[in-house]
Design a binder for this molecule. Structure first.
Ligand SMILES: [Zn+2]
Length: 225
């Protein structure tokens, strides 16, 4: 993903200007630079006027609220419970989709093992279609290393991938791959961190540089499961 700074232009700059509530010109001009620097200062970021993953993540947190999830079988989509490597990558995918007018949202992020067990039961010991092949702790969602992107159209979630929408899902997968996130061919909304394995994760080998908001939540899932 390109870094945005003075002189940049395009739909990502327009999206940035909308998020910062400044005049949308599509060009990273003086007022945009001033607004970015103020946002960075206000959010304890390096104040350099350059918009990359860290600034985008703070913009996401300031403007996209997680759903009010209750309990461990509920759906959670708080990006603070993702490992920071995945969190930044996911936000980069999200903002590029938004800038291109492709209406994906982060439907689910971290998933407790109790919810994984509940989803695994679907189509096996409970009614419904099979939605996952992963038992608890076999899904990257339990490690904060996966998300599901789903379309939100007129306030309704949509998994429709037919017709013209097929290109939207392909674009989501392509942007994910560019940011180090791989898809699973049997779960179209899913992106997960590339370069590790379910086996490594179950043996306690996690990506480096985890932070407190990721780890505390991960531990809470481990400790009482
Ligand atoms: Zn998933």
């Amino acid at each position: 993903m390109e870094l945005l700074k003075i002189g940049s232009s395009g739909n990502l700059v327009s999206y940035l200007q909308r998020k910062l509530n400044i005049t949308e010109t599509g060009t990273f001009d003086g007022p945009t630079d001033a607004a970015v620097r103020k946002f960075q200062t206000d959010n304890q970021l390096v104040t350099d006027g350059v918009v990359g993953g860290n600034t985008w993540t703070k913009i996401y947190l300031a403007t996209e609220k997680p759903r009010a999830a209750t309990g461990r079988i509920d759906r959670h989509n708080d990006i603070l419970h993702l490992h920071p490597i995945v969190r930044v990558a996911v936000v980069k995918v999200f903002v590029q989709l938004q800038a291109e007018g492709i209406p994906f949202r982060i439907y689910e992020a971290f998933r407790f093992p109790e919810r994984q067990a509940d989803l695994y039961a679907q189509g096996r010991t409970k009614p419904g279609d099979i939605v996952t092949y992963a038992l608890p702790w076999h899904s990257y969602h339990q490690y904060g290393l996966a998300v599901d992107f789903v379309l939100l159209v007129n306030g309704d979630w949509s998994w429709d991938s037919g017709g013209a929408k097929a290109a939207w899902w392909s674009r989501m997968h392509e942007l994910g791959a560019n940011e180090g996130l791989m898809r699973l061919h049997f779960e179209i909304p899913h992106l997960q961190l590339a370069g590790t394995s379910s086996s490594a994760l179950r043996h306690g080998v996690y990506p480096p540089n985890g932070d407190k908001s990721w780890y505390d939540n991960f531990l809470s899932a481990r400790n009482t499961a």
